[in-house]
Design a protein around this ligand. Structure first.
Ligand code: DC
Length: 227
């Protein structure tokens, strides 16, 4: 795998990773890889099958049943579409409930191994902008360009709140803030592939910069550090 064709963008929930990753991919002509969608899809499948989310052995035993296909978003403002065992689940996986479920199943080693392998296959096939929690640390440690986005929990919760509201998923702000903190804690304290910046990642605060501004910083770095 050539290390020169992969850009990784990691960071906590609500930091603006998806928008920035999509914009970066469009600018570079790379494929956008939304790995959160993959964890969401596994969580959705297991919940629908009635497997208890704390049944780690049960989930590990059934992970190979998850057949998913990622399709490019319809346009720059929409999310990656996901086909799970022949069915379009793009809407179902984006609820706040599925955010929490995804975070829970993401701590199971068999789930991470299964998805890490799938993600690397994408990286072998094409030039990608890979977005997630462990792209720069575990999945693509050889990537040429690594970024870690960060922002305060309040700013991230506000962004997520607005996004959910736009989709008609109405939630209470304080509850959402508590869930954001819980997800941060879960994602950064699990035993494998915890959410931490790679040692060689460029850290960008998105508190006071919009998605276009963050994307411009990333593109400058990538092109300045050319192919
Ligand atoms: O980015 P997101 O909100 O769609 O991710 C949902 C959950 O999936 C997140 O809380 C943790 C997990 N995840 C992960 O563990 N590793 C990734 N590379 C991407 C997501």
């Amino acid at each position: 795998m050539s290390r020169r064709r992969i850009v990784t963008i990691d960071g906590p929930a609500g930091v603006g990773k998806s928008t920035v990753s999509r914009m970066t991919a469009v600018e570079l002509g790379f494929t956008y890889l939304d790995t959160g969608a993959m964890y969401r899809t596994v969580g959705f499948y297991m919940s629908e099958q009635g497997v208890a989310l704390d049944d780690r052995a049960g989930i590990a035993a059934r992970i190979a049943e998850v057949e998913m296909e990622l399709l490019p978003a319809a346009d720059e403002n929409s999310d990656t579409r996901v086909i799970l065992c022949g069915r379009d689940v793009s809407g179902e996986i984006r609820t706040q409930e599925m955010s929490m479920v995804a975070s829970q199943v993401s701590s199971i080693p068999a789930v991470r191994a299964f998805l890490t392998e799938m993600q690397r296959r994408y990286g072998e096939k094409e030039n990608i902008v890979a977005e997630g929690r462990d792209m720069g640390t575990v999945v693509f440690p050889m990537a040429a360009w690594k970024f870690f986005l960060d922002a305060s929990p309040e700013v991230r919760t506000r962004r997520r709140f607005d996004q959910l509201e736009e989709r008609g998923d109405l939630v209470d702000f304080d509850n959402l803030l508590a869930q954001t903190l819980e997800r941060d804690y879960q994602d950064s304290h699990r035993d494998i592939a915890p959410l931490v910046p790679a040692g060689d990642a460029v850290i960008i605060s998105t508190d006071a910069v919009d998605a276009a501004g963050v994307t411009a910083q990333i593109i400058n770095r990538v092109l300045g550090n050319s192919f």
